[in-house]
Design a protein around this ligand. Structure first.
Ligand code: HEC
Length: 134
């Protein structure tokens, strides 16, 4: 191998590979949900729809995720009691979706509140994929 090629290979390994790995939005929690969903491809677009869509099955005063989390995942949300909720976008709140128990607890509670049922693994995966892309 020529010297330039070796330098290029080293550069590629140090710069491009970590970048592409970060962009794949992989996390142990998402991997687990993917297993539960039977390996379907998650969609950030569907996750965005789930986040902003209005449902009728849950509590009337919170018809959508945005009722508490705000219209944009980039911004701070607010509970019904007026307490601030840190942004849902991973770029703004890097600690999000790293604690499996916390993720499971809030999906259960919030999906019941908004949809009147638990979210399916595909809905959860779509939601997380969207938030990890934000
Ligand atoms: C009634 C208010 C409310 C609604 C509506 C709501 N959430 Fe939440 N959500 C919260 C609060 C409060 C927390 C916990 C505080 C925090 O994580 O900052 C939370 C946390 C979460 C978490 C955990 C995030 C983490 O850091 O691991 C997920 C996932 C979540 N919500 C998903 C949803 C989804 C999906 C919807 C719509 C189906 C939704 N939420 C609707 C109030 C709400």
């Amino acid at each position: 191998m020529k010297k330039q090629n070796i330098i290029f290979a080293a550069l590629f390994a140090s710069l491009v590979m970590p970048l592409s790995m970060a962009m794949a939005a992989s996390s142990p929690i998402l991997d687990e949900i993917k297993k539960q969903a039977g390996g379907v491809e998650f969609s950030a677009e569907r996750g965005k729809t789930l986040f902003s869509q209005k449902f009728t099955g849950g509590k009337p005063d919170t018809p959508s995720c945005t009722s508490c989390h705000g219209k944009s995942p980039q911004n701070t949300g607010k509970t019904r009691a007026g307490k601030a909720i840190a942004p849902m976008a991973v770029s703004k709140s890097p600690e999000r979706y790293t604690d499996a128990k916390k993720v499971a607890k809030w999906f259960r509670r919030n999906c019941r509140t908004v949809l009147g049922r638990e979210c399916t693994p595909t809905e959860k995966g779509d939601f997380l994929t969207y938030m990890m892309s934000q």
